[in-house]
Design a protein around this ligand. Structure first.
Ligand SMILES: Cc1ncc(COP(=O)(O)O)c(C=O)c1O
Length: 398
C-alpha cells in the first residue's frame, strides 16, 4: 500500500467533495440539479467575444510557449494600469499572473508561512484558504461573520484573536458564501489593526466588480495611503465568465515593505514555470475593453437572486438574507432535526436530487444549520429546485 501524506487529511474542499454523493445518484439514473458550484458557464453564460477572440488569435499567430514566470508583460502592464486607475498605483513589476486567484493564494501563503503560524480567516468563507493552511501545517484562526450582524466582521473580535503567531489576515470582499460586502469604514479599521500588528493583509477581491449596488473600494487603495503592505488577489474567472481558463493574478501594494516575501513568491512562481500562456492574452482586452458584459451579467443574475430569495423565504423552516454581490445564497435551516448540516444536505440530495453545499464546508459550525445555494440557474430551474426543497423540508417537519 502506498500511503498519502498526513498533511492532506486537512485539505478539504467541500464544494467539490460533495459532488461524489451526487455522482452516485447519477449512476443510479437520477438527474441531479447542481446548485453547488459557482461556474457561470454551466448555466449558459458565455464570455464576451472581445475576450475570446484575442485568445483564439494568440493560439494561431502569437507566442504561446512558456511565458515569464511573472506573466506576459502586456498582461502585467494592463493589470498595473487597472490597479493604478482604481487609485492603487502599481507597476508591472508588482504583478504576478497566476492560474486563477487560487494559485495566487497558494503561492502567497506557501511563501509566507512556517508550520505553527496562524492566519485569520473569515467563517464562513471560501474554503481554499483553510485547505492551503492545513497543507502547510499552519493554523486557521476564524473570525466570525454572523448573519444577525449582516455577515460582517467585527474589528474587536479580530483584534482579540491576534497573537504572536499571527502572520496574516485574509479579507474576502465581497464574501463567498454570504454575498456580503464589507463597508469601506470597516475595511479601513481592519487594515489599521493589521498595520499596528505588522500583519500581511491578503485581500481576495474576485467578486469586487460583481456587486448589485456600489462596489467596495479595493483594500489596496487604503493600504496605499496607509503605507502598509497588502496583496490583492483578483481573477477574470467570475467577472468575465471564464473560470476554466485559469486567469488570475496577485498584485502588491507597498512592495518595498515586503521585498523578501516577494522574492520568495517569485522563487516559487519560477518552479511552476508560468501560468498558461494563451489565456493571458485575455487580460488586456478584459481590463481595457468594453465592460458592459459585467453589468449585463449582473442584470441577469439580479432577477435570479430575487427569485431565489423569494422562493426560500416562502418556505417555512428556512430563511436567508439578501446577498449584495456574487451569486451565492446562504440558507438557514431552523431545525436540523439532530443532524449535522452535511447530513441534512446529503438527505436533501437523496430526496430531491438538488445539490447544495453544507455551511460547515465554509467554516460554519455543523449545528448552525446553513447551506449555500448557487443562484445562477434560470428562474424555472430555481423554482423547480425550491419546490423540491420545500417538499423535503415540510415532509421532515411532519
Ligand atoms: C472568494 C473566492 N476566491 C477565489 C476563488 C478562486 O477563483 P479562481 O477561479 O480565480 O481561482 C473563488 C472561486 O470560487 C472564490 O469564490
Amino acid at each position: 500500500m502506498i500511503n498519502p501524506s498526513r498533511r492532506i487529511a486537512s485539505y478539504q474542499y467541500a464544494i467539490r467533495n460533495i459532488v461524489a454523493a451526487a455522482e452516485v445518484l447519477e449512476r443510479a439514473g437520477r438527474k441531479v440539479t447542481y446548485l453547488n458550484i459557482g461556474d457561470p458557464q454551466v448555466f449558459g453564460f458565455h464570455p464576451p467575444p472581445h475576450v475570446v477572440e484575442p485568445v483564439q488569435r494568440a493560439l494561431r499567430d502569437r507566442f504561446t510557449g512558456y511565458a515569464h514566470s511573472k506573466g506576459l508583460f502586456e498582461a502585467r502592464k494592463a493589470i498595473a494600469n487597472y490597479a493604478t486607475e482604481v487609485q492603487a498605483p502599481t507597476g508591472p513589476e508588482d504583478v504576478i499572473v497566476t492560474s486563477g486567484a487560487s494559485e495566487a493564494a497558494d503561492l502567497v501563503l506557501t511563501a509566507l508561512l512556517n508550520e505553527g503560524d496562524e492566519v485569520l480567516l473569515p467563517a464562513p468563507g471560501y474554503p481554499l484558504y483553510a485547505a492551503i493552511l492545513g497543507k502547510l501545517g499552519a493554523t486557521a484562526t476564524y473570525y466570525a461573520l454572523e448573519e444577525t450582524n449582516n455577515w460582517q466582521p467585527t474589528v474587536a473580535q479580530i483584534s482579540s484573536l491576534i497573537n504572536t503567531r499571527t502572520k496574516a489576515i485574509v479579507l474576502i470582499n465581497p464574501n463567498n458564501p454570504t454575498g456580503a460586502v464589507i463597508p469601506d469604514k470597516t475595511t479601513r479599521e481592519i487594515l489599521k489593526l493589521a498595520n499596528e500588528h505588522h500583519l500581511l493583509v491578503i485581500a481576495d477581491e474576485v467578486y469586487r466588480e460583481l456587486c448589485f449596488t456600489k462596489s467596495p473600494t479595493s483594500a489596496s487603495v487604503f493600504a496605499e495611503s496607509m503605507g502598509m503592505p497588502l496583496i490583492t488577489l483578483e481573477s477574470l474567472s467570475k467577472t468575465h465568465l471564464i473560470p476554466g481558463w485559469r486567469v488570475g493574478w496577485m498584485r502588491f501594494t507597498n512592495a518595498k515593505n515586503m521585498t523578501e516575501l516577494i522574492r520568495a513568491i517569485n522563487q516559487l512562481a519560477s518552479g511552476r514555470l508560468c501560468s498558461p500562456t494563451p489565456t493571458q492574452y485575455a487580460i488586456k482586452p478584459a481590463l481595457e475593453g468594453d465592460r458592459t458584459c459585467i453589468t449585463e451579467f449582473l442584470d441577469q443574475i439580479r432577477s435570479r437572486r430575487d427569485c431565489a430569495v423569494g422562493q426560500i423565504q416562502a418556505i417555512e423552516g428556512l430563511s436567508c438574507t439578501t446577498p449584495e454581490a456574487a451569486f451565492y445564497l446562504m440558507v438557514k435551516v431552523h431545525d436540523l432535526e439532530n443532524r449535522t448540516d452535511e447530513q441534512f444536505v446529503l438527505d436533501m440530495l437523496d430526496a430531491t436530487a438538488v445539490l447544495v453545499v453544507h455551511g460547515s464546508g465554509f467554516g460554519c459550525a455543523p449545528w448552525e444549520g446553513y447551506f449555500r445555494m448557487v443562484y445562477l440557474a434560470n428562474e424555472e430551474a430555481l423554482k423547480s429546485a425550491s419546490d423540491k426543497i420545500k417538499e423535503f423540508v415540510s415532509t421532515r417537519r411532519r
